[in-house]
Design a binder for this molecule. Structure first.
Ligand SMILES: Cc1cc2nc3c(=O)[nH]c(=O)nc-3n(C[C@H](O)[C@H](O)[C@H](O)COP(=O)(O)OP(=O)(O)OC[C@H]3O[C@@H](n4cnc5c(N)ncnc54)[C@H](O)[C@@H]3O)c2cc1C
Length: 451
């Protein structure tokens, strides 16, 4: 028999996948828009708690998407409107796997959707990777976006050359931010300390390494073209002949390679330079305490060259992080699943679901998570309809908060985040900026508890 009470669902993570899941679960009477049409998948009342390890919501919208892409950051307005729907509750500053366990959540809720993103990175695996001045692009991106776990990092940009290993869109973002005029960045919500460090930058050259030829370049056309908009910046290519790109390459590849060739032609002059170096792989990072050089092998003839560099950033991919108490596929860096249901040794765990980057791996744009979230919610509802959800012993909303507050000294609700949000915007206005991000968890919690 189907229970009369609302289903109580926890969503872990408040990034796009988590917030789209909440949106689907709390859809209006007409359903949710998918592929241009209204679809109804939820036919019973639902209450949703979104548990987030940071005091701030929205995942990579806040800490990944580049600050000079405000149109993408505006997606947060959609999540904000979802958060105002009846039945939604945000509980910030709670880390699942540390403060509360997956076993707790499956006891407290009817179902749990894990939407924890990809909170780790792939490493280069070469010597010297841990020298000062060598880090991941993920750390650099999180730093300039003011993520509290990265706000204490120091990036000294008073060097002439930076080398980015990997040529995907994250590398394009990093190169663009490194060479953007400070006056442009001032009009974004980039962290203030990053603005200061970038203001002192002496970088003249950014080398972007790709292991294979241009036909395998990972960047997309729009992100490449944005580099072409940087003033006083030459663009060149090494390690390949662009005119030799295979004629049978697909349309997207032809578009990218032709665009790169055109950029090299049109942007041959500039006091700064971005070099796309193909067929090049790092073999070692060298220096005494601090990065001084990176050794690069030309994969066509195995010749090796040492490039002087003061900064090396590995942009070779994000990776999911295991959560204590949940199965993890260490090879793919994801929580294993079948039809959005978490599986342990091939067997579905009742009431446990996964969506977003922690399900699919770190690929796909913001919008890809909407369909992915819908699949997870459809699985929850199908299991609810067939009485598969473990509904015995579920706690009320008040009991859950009491249990969490017994373990975490300060949590915050959505009104707490709204207070941080207002403060950031008002501090920003005072400096003629859209927002001055708070970047320390202690300060954010202090503001929220100040009354
Ligand atoms: C640098 C970068 C730039 C990007 N730029 C764009 C762009 O311009 N346009 C675009 O369309 N897409 C962009 N993307 C892709 C987009 O950000 C992702 O598709 C999307 O954020 C993935 O959503 P998610 O919810 O799976 O993960 P996330 O956005 O990472 O959200 C996961 C959330 O879970 C929380 N969390 C993690 N672990 C726990 C835990 N144990 N307990 C509680 N909470 C936890 C995290 O704090 C986070 O808030 C970019 C990605 C990156 C990395």
């Amino acid at each position: 028999m189907i229970s009369e009470r609302p289903l109580r669902i926890a969503i872990v993570g408040s990034g796009p996948a988590g917030m789209y899941s909440a949106g689907h679960l709390l859809e209006g009477p007409g359903g949710t828009f998918i592929n241009g049409g209204l679809n109804q998948i939820v036919r019973r009342p639902v209450e949703v708690d979104v548990l987030e390890r940071l005091p701030t919501p929205w995942g990579l919208i806040r800490s990944g998407v580049a600050p000079d892409h405000p149109d993408k950051k505006r997606m947060a307005a959609i999540y904000d409107s979802i958060a105002r729907r009846q039945g939604f509750r945000f509980i910030g500053n709670v880390q699942v796997g540390r403060d509360v366990s997956p076993a707790d959540l499956s006891q407290w809720y009817d179902g749990v959707i894990y939407a924890v993103g990809a909170d780790d990175e792939r490493r280069l695996g070469v010597t010297g990777e841990d020298l000062r001045g060598s880090d991941s692009a993920r750390a650099f991106v999180s730093w300039y976006n003011g993520h509290p776990d990265f706000s204490d990092l120091q990036f000294d940009l008073r060097c002439e050359r930076a080398v980015l290993v990997g040529n995907g869109n994250v590398a394009m973002d990093v190169a663009r931010i490194l060479f953007s005029p400070i006056s442009t960045l001032h009009n974004t919500d980039i962290a203030s300390y990053a603005l200061d460090a970038l203001g002192k930058s002496q970088l003249k050259e950014i080398v972007i390494l790709g292991r294979r030829g241009p036909e395998h370049a990972a960047f997309n056309y729009p992100e490449l073209m944005e580099l072409g908009e940087l003033a006083d910046t030459a663009i060149s290519v090494e390690g390949t002949d662009l005119s030799l790109t295979p004629e049978n390459a697909d349309y997207e590849t032809q578009l990218k390679v032709n665009a790169l060739a055109k950029l090299c032609k049109e942007k041959s002059q500039g006091s700064r330079r971005i070099v796309f170096r193909f067929n090049a792989a790092p073999t070692a990072i060298v220096g005494e305490g601090q990065v001084a050089q990176i050794k690069v092998v030309d994969r066509r003839d195995q010749s090796e060259q040492a490039l002087n560099a003061g900064l090396v950033l590995a942009a070779i991919g994000y990776r999911g992080l295991a959560i204590d108490g949940l199965p993890f596929d260490d090879v793919r860096g994801v929580i294993p699943s079948r039809d959005s249901r978490i599986v342990d040794n091939g067997i579905a765990i009742a009431g446990a679901y996964v969506t977003g980057w922690i399900k699919r791996g770190p690929k796909g744009i913001i919008g890809s998570n909407k369909k992915c979230a819908r699949d997870a919610v459809a699985a929850v509802m199908a299991d609810a309809d067939s009485n598969v959800l473990p509904m015995e012993g579920t706690l009320s909303a008040a009991q859950v908060l009491e249990a969490i507050n017994a373990r975490v000294s300060v949590t915050l609700g959505f009104s707490g985040w709204q207070k941080i949000d207002r403060q950031e915007q008002s501090d920003g206005r005072a400096q003629g900026r859209p927002r001055l991000k708070m970047t320390a968890t202690g300060a954010m919690l202090g503001l929220v508890t100040a009354g």
